[in-house]
Design a binder for this molecule. Structure first.
Ligand SMILES: [Cu+2]
Length: 93
């Protein structure tokens, strides 16, 4: 286990924590819809979930760039790195 795994457990914990918060928000939205809450309030909750998911994406990408990408580039696997990142970029557009 070298630099590659440094901080991995912390990041994992943070990401699991984020997922739990997102799940909590989703359950709240389900409850709001069940209780016929005002549409704008439901939409605001939904936007908050999407923002939280974007935050998770950012964390995942940061970990990927700092660890997987650097390791793969050291091994000369640059084609895979570029293809995967481009794939994500295209999906987001
Ligand atoms: Cu990765």
């Amino acid at each position: 286990m070298g630099d590659y795994m440094n901080g991995h457990d912390d990041r994992k914990k943070q990401n699991i924590h984020r997922i739990k918060i997102i799940k909590g928000h989703l359950n709240a939205i389900e409850e709001m819809i069940n209780n016929d809450a005002y549409c704008v309030d439901v939409l605001n909750q939904s936007l908050a979930v999407q923002k939280a998911l974007k935050g998770l994406d950012l964390q995942l990408m940061e970990g990927h760039l700092n660890h997987c990408v650097i390791e793969q580039a050291k091994k000369g696997d640059t084609k895979k790195v570029v293809e995967e990142l481009l794939g994500i970029y295209k999906y987001k557009m």
